[in-house]
Every structure is written in structure tokens, then in C-alpha cells.
Design a protein. Structure first.
Length: 150
């Protein structure tokens, strides 16, 4: 990957719907090499796909919470069972298997704190196999880059 590939990725993170024509102008290469580089980045899996970035707040989901979860047992079957259950919960937008004091870090998004409480008490604590749950409420996002490309 060279500086042209990095610039192609940068431009696409700004506008994933950018045409090859516009992309070639932005990276100062003709359309054919840009199209070839773009296809190579896609074929190699560097570009995994294209998607829309959704403003959760405009849809009414204004309350984000980071939830750290520790399981009672950290064996393969318990990890798989927890992950399968999490997949079914739309409130959980991100779930990361972690090292350190907690097994998982979740980003939970709800309309408000009352909806989060219902989710926490009514669903998350009832999944079974959990030894502890710790919630942290973010004040504001300082930086959000969807991927590192440089």
C-alpha cells in the first residue's frame, strides 16, 4: 500500500459514494489506475464493503453506555453462548472480547436512561453466566475514526 492507496481510502472515508471520476481527481491519478487500485483494495479485503453512517440521535437513540461484562467462567462454550445471546440484542451495537479485568466491552444504545435500565435489568442481567456488570456513561465523543488507514 502506498500514498495513493492511503489517499483513496481517506477520500472514501469522507464519501463512500464517490465516483471513480471524482476519486481520480481527488487523488491526482487518472481513472484507470484509480479503478484498478480500488478493485485491488476490495479484492484484498482492505475495503470490506460500503455502508451508510447513521446518526443514532436523529433516530431517537440518544443514550449510549459502555458496559463491561465479566463472565463466571471463561471457557469456550460460555464465551460462545454469551456472544450468541448478545447477537440477538439490538441495543448492543458493538461487542468486543477483551483482555484484562472484564471479558467483554459492549456499547449499548437506547433512547434514554429509563430504556437502558429496562435493558439492563430485564435482559442483560438475565442472560446467565455473568458474574459482574459495570456501566460507564460517556459525556461526549472526542474522536471517532471508523478505521485506521495510515
Amino acid at each position: 500500500m502506498d500514498m495513493h492507496d492511503a489517499e483513496i481510502l481517506h477520500q472514501l472515508t469522507q464519501d463512500g459514494r464517490m465516483s471513480v471520476n471524482d476519486l481520480s481527481g481527488a487523488v491526482h491519478l487518472s481513472q484507470t489506475p484509480v479503478a484498478r487500485r480500488l478493485k485491488k483494495l476490495e479484492d484484498e479485503g482492505v475495503i470490506k464493503g460500503y455502508t451508510a453512517l447513521i446518526d443514532e440521535k436523529k433516530l431517537g437513540f440518544t443514550f449510549s453506555v459502555f458496559v463491561s461484562v465479566r463472565l463466571e467462567r471463561q471457557i469456550d462454550e460460555e464465551l460462545a453462548r454469551f456472544e450468541a445471546r448478545i447477537e440477538a440484542l439490538p441495543e448492543v451495537v458493538d461487542c468486543w472480547l477483551m483482555t484484562g479485568n472484564h471479558d467483554y466491552l459492549l456499547r449499548v444504545v437506547t433512547r434514554d436512561i429509563e430504556e437502558f435500565e429496562k435493558f439492563l435489568v430485564g435482559q442483560l442481567t438475565k442472560l446467565g453466566g455473568i458474574s459482574s456488570i459495570e456501566s460507564s456513561i460517556p459525556l461526549r465523543c472526542v474522536k471517532s475514526a471508523h478505521a485506521r488507514y495510515r
